[in-house]
Design a binder for this molecule. Structure first.
Ligand code: LLP
Length: 385
């Protein structure tokens, strides 16, 4: 089964482009809202997954907050209508101008990843006569069982403050005049489909909270990050992730203190399935051992297969001919510019429209102009109704 696309209405739109299914995005946002409302949880959308202004505006209109990792993202969040008191700013390397911008915007909090950074935030807050609210990002040493390049919660990763150091960092923070500690933050990795990783996280967080409370530290907010994966193999059948089960795990296992807020920062699970990279076939090349479908899109538009060996389902939207086997490749002058090897596609001809599915997260936003290519345009299904 292939996805349904208004391909006859696309006419001569220049390919490659991103095509977003607005209805699916809205249904996904409704599903998240239903589950978070159930438990009074708060979702901060991880802007890094997709910062398309129309997508940001739509997500902001559902009342979600925003998780940002740069000054540019903080600015984009505010411009899109996210309320500043629901904006958090994370990242191991925040530049001074970015911290200043966030202080000026009065964001909800900084997710702090080191003592060195904490001192600078304090200094910059003093200069502005402001109090900076901070959550400490803890590296809980939990294995997310995902691709090594998107695992973040192990002691060897650069992220967060190690468990053994967290108590002394908080003690130090309490001595700083313009810092207010408002919570703990965790994020163990991305594209996590095994709920046991999240269960381990809940248990680690409970243990840590118990032991820090014994030292007299309490936390009005606990932030469990993002990481819920999507089903890249079945975008036509399972296009809304199982939010019910995901949030139920946290509701069941987190020992929530009275009045405590529980925050999440899902990115991929929000936007992953609603986006598709649409491209045309330039050439079919019959090699000695391989048959290549050469597309006008390459890793400049979707880098995930080249960078993480990621799988994206590929469909030929123009053909219902019998299937043949192809290596589906892009035009970039690098041998890693391959979207899929030995892919079965309805027979391909020059000009056929090819959809790379589940590309809404870390697709458009990671595109580049390498080889001096143009950045892709984006279109939304609601514009073709
Ligand atoms: N919070 C923090 C602190 C993060 O570092 C991330 C993602 C998220 C939330 C959102 O995670 P999500 O819910 O989207 O899994 N480019 C890679 C993924 C990198 C993820 C980086 N951090 C990819 O295409 O797979």
């Amino acid at each position: 089964m292939k996805g349904t696309f208004p391909i006859e209405k696309w006419g001569n739109i220049t390919t490659p482009f991103y095509f977003y299914d607005t209805t699916l995005l809205k249904n996904t946002l409704e599903a998240i809202k239903k589950e978070t409302d159930k438990y009074n949880f708060t979702q901060h959308y991880a802007i890094k997954a997709n910062a398309n202004p129309r997508i940001l505006k739509l997500i902001a209109s559902y009342g979600f907050g925003a998780d940002c990792v740069s000054g540019g993202e903080v600015r984009a969040a505010i411009e899109a209508g996210f309320s500043a008191d629901k904006v958090v700013f994370a990242g191991v390397g925040k530049a001074d101008w970015e911290i200043n911008l966030a202080l000026d915007a009065d964001i909800f909090c900084f997710n702090v990843e080191s003592l060195a950074e904490l001192y600078i935030i304090n200094e910059l807050a003093i200069a502005k006569n402001k109090i900076a609210r901070v959550e400490f990002r803890v590296n809980p040493n939990v294995d997310a069982h995902t691709h090594a390049k998107i695992t973040t919660g192990l002691s060897e990763n650069k992220f967060g403050i190690n468990l053994s150091q967290i108590s002394s960092v908080i003690k130090e923070a309490k001595t700083l005049s313009n810092i207010e500690v408002v919570g703990l933050h965790f994020h163990i990795g991305s594209q996590i489909t095994d709920m046991s990783a999240f269960k381990d996280l809940c248990i680690k967080a409970n243990e840590l909270q118990d032991s820090l409370e014994k030292e007299g530290f309490t936390f009005p907010n606990m932030n469990f990050g993002g990481g819920l994966g999507i089903d890249y193999h079945h975008p036509n059948h399972i296009n809304i992730p199982d939010f019910e089960n995901y949030f139920a795990v946290f509701n069941k296992l987190v020992e929530r203190r009275g009045g405590q807020n529980i925050h999440f920062e899902l990115g991929r699970a929000v936007v992953g399935q609603c986006g598709n990279l649409i491209s045309r076939v330039l050439y079919v090349k019959e090699g000695e051992v391989k048959r290549f479908a050469i597309l006008d899109a390459g890793f400049t538009e979707l880098i995930r297969p080249a960078m993480y060996d990621a799988y994206h389902r590929i469909e030929n939207l123009s053909s219902n001919l019998a299937e043949k086997e192809y290596d589906v490749v892009g035009p970039i002058c690098e041998s890693s510019d391959v979207f899929g090897k030995e892919v079965m596609l309805n027979e391909v001809k020059r000009g056929d429209i090819i959809a790379l599915r589940s590309a809404g997260a870390y697709g458009e936003v990671m595109s580049s102009q390498y080889n001096l290519r143009n950045l892709p345009n984006s279109y939304f299904s609601e514009d073709f109704e």
